[in-house]
Design a protein. Structure first.
Length: 464
């Protein structure tokens, strides 16, 4: 097997690295995405070294100039990434030395790749969290706007995917606004916890150089430096927390996606999906397949897998850094990309979604959705205990089933054969519109409630 040339770290090695090991060991194929963050961190680190008189001001200017040139080369696709140099850190450092010479060799003073990579990932993930949070906010805005248009549109509310009670489409959409609000809260918590600077922890024990970690933290907009150097270089809690938060976002989006798939089907036809988020069949020309929704429904499996992958890597890992931790990056990168795509595509579908009111009302005529209203009437007006009222209502439902009519189409005489002392006011109670309008408890579906909830949601979630 052919052997490679010596490495930056190769002073104590007599034999070169095996080429198969070289490929196995390298992460540059995927961690080159961190180049902006690596350069940001290096500039802040070099400024601190100069401030502390560990390097000269002239050396600082050379380092900063070289790093900015490297950033330009990478962004213009003019940079030659090398597997032999393993990762983004050593690729940039090697190129810096080529550009500015001896001064470039001083950049790595008082740091290790262990604290450097943790810093890079946090800087990168912080930006992604901010973008995902903005995407979620935008989706919430679209849901709120759609709910305002359809605040009083009647539709069936389901439990066990069977008609339960009538609700409004606006109320239904606001349910997902609440879910996404909790998702944003979890992301905010995650961002707050990760926003501590690892740089300066060095390999695991800190450094003997007179560094100023608070200066670097301020430069990179971290709230403070981390407290324990050993914990710092071994910590990927923030990555697991991000992927856990993303998993919950994916769960919520998949639930909405599933309902869009069901409701756009011929059996329901409650909504029409925009053509721009559907596809055709290669053999059946009449088809319009809800592929965007189906993909969103499927993506949680991928995100859950990424979370489990990293948890498995870290489980039982001894202090402090191990090469195992190189396996953190691909799951993090893939999760961020996947969840962003899911959110953006969901917003696109919701923005141009068209409800079909006639089909929703048609479905409300089945399943006896005002049965609970009848039981509540018996409790409130005739002082019948709820369990007895529940039993009597069941008999009313059986009667309607036998006659193949909706509850509101029963006559007062027919109802009185089961509950003799009801009066004609019960007929109004059994109307779907009446049922919805009476659900005025806090958080209920009454149209007047929905309008108030929309105003509140705008204040809670859409303020700048």
């Amino acid at each position: 097997m052919k052997k490679s040339n010596s490495k930056i770290w190769g002073g104590r090695f007599l034999a070169p690295t095996d080429e198969i090991m070289e490929e196995f060991n390298s992460s540059i194929q995927f961690d080159k995405i961190l180049y902006i963050e690596d350069i940001e961190g290096s500039i802040a680190h070099s400024e601190m070294l100069s401030k502390q008189n560990i390097i000269s001001k002239d050396e600082l200017e050379l380092i900063k100039s070289g790093l900015k040139q490297i950033e330009l080369e990478i962004s213009n696709n003019e940079f030659n990434f090398s597997v032999k140099l393993e990762d983004i850190h050593m690729n940039i450092e090697n190129r810096l030395i080529e550009i500015i010479g001896e001064a470039g060799k001083k950049l790595h003073t008082a740091r290790s790749r262990n604290d450097q990579v943790a810093t890079d990932i946090k800087l990168w993930l912080r930006k992604r969290i901010d973008q995902i949070e903005l995407n979620l906010k935008s989706l919430q805005r679209t849901l709120i706007e759609k709910s305002e248009i359809h605040f009083d549109l009647l539709m069936p509310g389901y439990t066990h995917l069977q008609v339960g009670q009538p609700v409004t489409f606006g109320h239904y959409l606001l349910a997902y606004v609440e879910m996404l609000g909790r998702d944003r809260g979890r992301l905010s918590d995650c961002r707050s916890r990760l926003n501590e600077l690892p740089l300066g922890s060095a390999a695991l024990a800190g450094t003997s150089y007179p560094i100023d970690r608070h200066f670097v933290a301020q430069k990179l907009d971290f709230s403070k430096p981390t407290e324990n150097s050993m914990d710092t270089v071994s910590d990927r809690d923030f990555a697991i927390e991000f992927m856990s938060s993303s998993s919950l976002i994916a769960i919520h989006l998949s639930r909405l996606a599933e309902e869009l798939v069901i409701w756009s089907s011929d059996r329901f036809n409650f909504v029409k999906l925009p053509e721009s988020y559907t596809t055709g069949s290669s053999i059946m020309p009449q088809k319009r397949n809800p592929d965007a929704a189906e993909l969103i429904r499927a993506k949680p499996g991928r995100i859950f897998g990424n979370l489990l992958s990293l948890m498995t890597v870290l489980k039982g890992l001894p202090m402090t850094y191990g090469k195992d931790m190189q396996e953190d990056k691909e799951p993090i990168f893939d999760t961020a990309k996947t969840i962003e795509l899911c959110i953006v595509n969901m917003e696109g579908m919701i923005k141009n979604l068209e409800p079909v009111p006639d089909k929703m009302m048609e479905a409300l005529q089945k399943g006896f959705p005002t049965a609970t209203d009848f039981a509540d009437y018996l409790v409130k007006n005739l002082k019948i205990p709820f369990r007895d009222a529940h039993h009597l209502t069941g008999k009313i439902v059986l009667l309607a089933e036998k006659k193949e009519v909706a509850l509101e189409n029963l006559t007062i005489e027919e109802i009185q054969t089961i509950v003799p002392n009801v009066d004609i006011s019960i007929l109004d109670i059994l109307k779907i519109e009446s049922s919805v309008s009476k659900r005025t408890s806090y958080g209920g579906t009454a149209p007047e409630n929905v309008l108030q909830a929309i105003k509140k949601a705008k204040r809670r979630f859409l303020k700048d």
